[in-house]
Design a protein around this ligand. Structure first.
Ligand code: ADP
Length: 733
């Protein structure tokens, strides 16, 4: 609309001389529509604006006359348009510093504005003048940038600070959109942020945002802005105040901190009270393989917590937020790269503003995986130990020196003692040991002290009621205090009873078998003698062959009897002088007569006599030589080596047979043990001979040892003392 045109509004067109009249006015006159676009301007106004009428028509007042623009004018124009009420203001132009008095009269479709330039403020406006001056010096005293914007984002006022930085003049920027301010033009991202902030502020919100601007090509400035909307009495937004704070140095310091925070071996974080992330260091990002953008939303960080721990952690966090106190919680976190969970200790603490309101939570997560796993392992091992202690299968006690200081209920039940007895120190290793086992127990304690471990051994306890309890005892010295031992005790009575029954059976069975067998042997011999006398040589030879298995059977039953006697401690020994050399030759000759495949060769000599049981020693040598023949089926020689010193005589029986594997050499002296070897399968035997031989040799104070190599043969060596250490000999003396 233009007052020069025929389309001028009805009230004005009815006075055709009005336009020329208005041109003569000494005041500058403008007609603005409701968007503050200039629709009419008189000559005086055009002169005041410094532009032609043509240039001014159709443009925004704020953009066309920057030297007239001020926040006060903007406020007044928008209020007049909105309220349709006339008003008058006097203000000082921020650019020219000249005083202006403006009368605003709302009309149909806009507002008429009369501008009058004042030389100096009249007295009435003294206070206003002073206040305006204060406002300006206040504005300029800020080291920060302050911009007053229309709700559309046009600059109404600006202080010198940002102008200096951008090397711009006020008149170049006033009335123009802030996004086009020189230092913003080269920062499209910042422009977008500013547009979004203006939009938000127009909706009545105070907006905080940070931008990076490039006032010069190579340097940047980080600015933190607060944009605040100002409302009139009717809550209509009049203008926006935008305060920009230079935070470049602070940002640089923050970046240095962040670099530091990124390399420390912890996760560092800052969260808002709603659980959304403000900051997480690079280490966290690497561990969880996430970017800051992916870390959006409340409690998004809890995604990486082990499902079993998640609720507990969230509850702890919520409780801390509720109470406003620091918190600590342990949990597992998923390491995305390895797909494995590690244990972390998270600590968080609130950060409050000056009013005491919690603004943020900051904290760290520390890797405690090794510690936690050790703790769990310790707990599990303690649990295992407790389960074992509480089990009713095994008796367990802890002893210090001779005294038992702790025992589980199974051990107490086994021995018939009570906790009270234990407390009163009535239980002890030796006190509870049967006298028959005292020596062995002493030996066991030495073993424990020396090796910190005790290989289980058999013994008997004397229970509280005096009864005997066969047990198997093993133990270890406690690593933290070697004077304390942890021992376990197994009730061995059932096994012992079974063994006793077996021994009784063996003894009975061998006796029962021996009697009829002796009768058969005698009858066979009698029949053979008769047949020979009657001239039936062939039949007698057949009978002789029948005697061989009977003799083998006789030997086996004899061994069985010996074994049962040894077990019962009833093997009898004679005490007589024995010429070992003569005995060896005698036995070698006898066995040679029966052996067709092997030659038995005796080497060396032993011209000495010892006191012993000749029959039993003979039994030892027969067993060794028979074994040498039996276990060397492919060989042709058995060598016997004799050697004697003043102290002892040694008999070595050497064969060139199958040999004995190393792991079995120690066991062949055990009762009923037979070395397992394929080549031996076809060789009969019951595994009794060597155990009897060892018993006999030991009874004579001697030793029996073996050296062997699989496939090359074995050498059994018996050493017998000639004097003193031979108990039989001592007995005689
Ligand atoms: P038996 O010969 O009746 O089995 P022994 O007690 O005499 O019982 O021997 C125990 C085991 O020792 C034998 O079964 C055999 O495995 C092994 N053994 C004994 N002597 C020899 C030897 N000279 N060569 C190889 N193995 C032997």
């Amino acid at each position: 609309m233009c007052l020069d045109d025929a389309s001028v509004g009805a009230p004005l067109t009815s006075y055709p001389e009005l336009p020329s009249l208005l041109e003569t006015l000494s005041d500058a006159l403008l007609f603005l529509d409701t968007t503050a676009t200039i629709q009419y301007v008189n000559r005086r106004a055009a002169a005041m604006f410094g532009a032609s009428k043509h240039e001014l028509l159709g443009t925004s007042l704020w953009q066309s006359a920057p030297h007239l623009v001020s926040t006060a004018l903007y406020q007044a124009v928008t209020t007049a348009i909105h309220t349709q009420e006339s008003l008058e203001i006097t203000y000082c132009s921020p650019i020219t510093q000249g005083w202006l008095r403006v009368q605003l009269s709302p009309t149909n479709g806009g507002v008429l504005a009369f501008f009058r330039e004042g030389k100096e403020p009249v007295r009435l406006y003294d206070a206003l003048y002073k206040s305006e001056q204060r406002y300006r010096s206040l504005l300029e005293s800020f080291t920060d940038g302050i911009v007053i914007l229309t709700p559309e984002g046009l600059i109404l006022d600006i202080n010198q600070r940002p102008l200096l930085v951008a090397q711009a003049r006020q008149e170049e920027v006033i009335g123009r959109p802030m996004v086009e301010f020189p230092s913003w033009r080269s920062a499209p991202l910042a422009q977008d942020q500013l547009r979004a902030a203006i939009e938000q502020a127009r909706r009545g919100e105070t907006v905080h945002f940070e931008v990076r601007l490039y006032p010069q090509a190579e340097s940047y400035r980080d600015l933190a802005f607060v944009m605040t909307p100002h409302c009139d009495a009717e809550q209509r937004i009049e203008y926006l105040t935008c305060v920009g704070l230079n935070i470049t140095e602070w940002k640089q310091a923050e970046e240095e901190w962040r670099t530091l925070l990124d390399i420390i071996p912890h996760f560092v974080w800052a969260m808002y009270p709603d659980g959304s992330t403000h900051y997480r260091n690079q280490r966290w990002r690497d561990y969880t393989a996430t970017t800051a953008e992916q870390d959006q939303g409340n409690d998004s960080w809890s995604r990486w917590i082990h499902p079993d721990d998640r609720q507990r952690v969230l509850d702890t966090w919520q409780a801390a937020v509720h109470a406003g106190t620091s918190y600590e919680v342990e949990h597992r976190l998923l390491e995305v790269e390895t797909c494995a969970y590690r244990w972390y200790l998270t600590r968080g603490t609130p950060r409050r503003d000056q009013q005491g309101t919690i603004r943020q939570w900051v904290g760290t997560c520390t890797d405690v995986d090794d510690l936690k796993k050790a703790e769990i392992a310790l707990y599990q091992s303690q649990e295992r130990a407790r389960t074992l202690m509480d089990s009713n299968i095994i008796g367990i006690f802890i002893s210090r020196d001779n005294e038992i200081i702790e025992a589980n209920s199974t051990f107490l039940r086994m021995t018939g003692y009570s906790q009270e007895d234990l407390r009163q120190g009535k239980m002890g290793w030796f006190r509870m040991t049967h006298p028959d086992f005292l020596a062995r127990t002493q030996q066991a304690r030495q073993e424990l002290a020396q090796h910190q471990t005790l290989i289980p051994y058999e013994k008997e306890y004397v229970c509280k009621d005096g009864s005997r309890l066969p047990v198997l005892v093993g133990g270890v010295a406690l690593p933290f205090d070697p004077s304390q031992n942890l021992c376990f005790v197994l009730d061995n009575s059932a096994r012992k009873e079974l063994e006793l029954r077996k021994e009784n059976f063996l003894s009975m069975a061998s006796h029962e078998l021996k009697t009829p067998l002796t009768a058969i042997k005698m009858r066979l011999q009698l029949a053979r003698t008769r047949l020979l006398k009657q001239g039936f040589g062939e039949a007698a030879a057949t009978l002789l062959r029948a005697e061989e298995p009977v003799q083998l059977l006789d030997r086996l039953i004899g061994e069985l009897l010996d074994v049962s006697k040894i077990q019962a401690g009833r093997l009898d020994y004679l005490r007589e002088p024995v010429d070992i050399e003569a005995l060896v030759y005698e036995i070698a000759e006898t066995i040679q007569l029966m052996s067709t495949n092997h030659t038995i060769v005796v080497h060396g000599s032993a011209p000495c006599t010892l006191i012993g049981d000749k029959g039993r020693l003979e039994q030892v040598l027969i067993n060794l030589i028979s074994n040498a023949i039996t276990y060397s089926p492919d060989a042709t020689t058995v060598d016997i080596d004799l050697d004697a010193t003043t102290e002892a005589v040694t008999i070595g029986v050497r064969d060139y047979g199958i040999g004995i594997p190393q792991g079995q050499r120690g066991k062949i002296f055990e009762r009923f043990y037979r070395a397992f070897d394929l080549s031996q399968r076809a060789i009969p035997g019951l595994g009794m001979g060597l155990s009897i031989a060892q018993e006999i040799v030991q009874h004579h104070g001697g030793t029996i040892t073996v050296e062997s190599e699989v496939g090359s043969g074995s050498t059994f060596r018996v050493t017998l003392p000639l004097k003193r250490s031979n108990p039989l000999c001592n007995d005689l003396i």
